[in-house]
Design a protein around this ligand. Structure first.
Ligand code: GLU
Length: 362
């Protein structure tokens, strides 16, 4: 009888202890201080302004300063302690390799600060996919880095920038977003910076990843569905802190009747690699094969990519004998992403087999 009583009180004691532990966990979560998020502004339509609210496509990008963008979304204060910093004020089609380096070095420095939990970058939609992939390859941090953009200027009816900025800060402030690689948040979706691309240039639903989004933001809460399997951020062999300049890489567009003028000009200019944005499976017309072979003999890397929009997946040795020519198959990367990866890869190696390995892994 006594033993049973003892067992009963131990049981009650255990339950009480669990209850106290549980309630203290809940209290801790509710009282947890807000995350610190830095918003780096670079311009784009999200900082754009038009003459009238009916102007959704005719406006000037890169006009509104970061202080005003943050003021316009007071709800950010409930999500994070937000600080803004104006890095550039440009339309993103004007981005250069030097701009990429400046931005990436700033992101890297901030990511090392103990008082920064996440970073948001406001950006033009035109080249956000390039910047996001570059940061995904070169920034060594598990802290969330999120690029946001908008398709309509803030002055337009049904402008999308405020919600995209809010959602971006929600993701950057969330510990659930750590170690997922650099992300792009637009139109409620959280995309991987590795494979998201601008597919439509006139509607807020402009971005698509051939492999789907990583998750969604709904009413201030991130929901996750996938993980990126490719190497990124802390899993990457590239580190912006050790990159001084980016080798010149250009893209040649493939189409019926294309000739070798552009390839020759890029070789002449001193490019270290050419991305051939081929048709279909990265196909190269017979008349261009010797032109590209000559470029390769002169030390220029040749990467076969595809300009097919959704899923330009290039198979090695299929359309061309890449092994024989020492060319690289661009895997599933679109030409502009292949350009970024090749440029980054060339900071470490000029061996085409090693560059091919990098294409499979990143
Ligand atoms: N072309 C401009 C840019 O990329 C505006 C496009 C946009 O942001 O949607 O910055």
């Amino acid at each position: 009888m006594r033993l049973a009583q003892l067992r009963f009180s131990l049981h009650v004691f255990g339950l009480l202890a669990m209850l106290i532990a549980f309630s203290s966990t809940v209290t801790f979560a509710a009282d947890r201080p807000l995350s610190n998020v830095v918003v780096l502004a670079t311009g784009g339509t999200i900082a754009g302004a038009g003459a009238s609210s009916a102007n959704s496509a005719t406006y000037q990008a890169a006009k509104v300063p970061i202080s005003k963008l943050l003021e316009d979304v007071p709800q950010l204060g409930q999500v994070a302690n937000v600080k803004g910093e104006q890095v550039f004020q440009v339309a993103s089609e004007s981005f250069t390799n030097d701009d990429l380096m400046v931005l990436a070095k700033r992101v890297s420095a901030l990511s090392k600060q103990s008082d920064v939990d996440g970073i948001v970058i406001t950006h033009g939609t035109d080249t956000v996919e390039e910047t996001a992939y570059f940061l995904n390859l070169t920034i060594h941090t598990k802290k969330p880095i999120v690029l946001v953009a908008s398709m309509r200027p803030g002055t337009a009816m049904s402008a999308d920038g405020m919600l995209n900025l809010y959602d971006g800060v929600v993701v950057a402030a969330s510990s659930s977003a750590r170690d997922r690689g650099v992300m792009v948040v637009l139109n409620d979706n959280i995309y991987s910076g590795r494979d998201v691309s601008k597919m439509i240039n006139i509607s807020p639903n402009a971005f698509v990843s051939p492999w789907g989004s990583l998750g969604m933001v709904v009413e201030g809460k991130p929901y996750w569905f996938r993980l990126l399997d490719k190497r990124h951020t802390t899993h990457s062999e590239f580190d912006i802190d050790h990159i001084k300049t980016l080798p010149e890489v250009d893209i040649v567009y493939g189409y019926g009747n294309v000739d070798g003028t552009a390839i020759d000009a890029f070789v002449q200019k001193g490019d270290k690699a050419i991305i051939y944005a081929g048709t279909g499976n990265g196909a190269v017309p017979a008349r261009l094969v010797p032109v590209l072979q000559k470029a390769r003999e002169q030390g220029v890397q040749v990467v076969r990519s595809s300009h097919v929009n959704l899923g330009g997946f290039v198979v090695r040795n299929a359309e061309q004998p890449d092994d024989k020519y020492n060319w690289v198959a661009g895997h599933d990367l679109n030409p502009q992403k292949a350009k970024i990866l090749t440029s980054v890869a060339l900071t470490k190696t000029t061996n085409s087999r090693d560059i091919q390995r990098i294409f499979w892994e990143y």
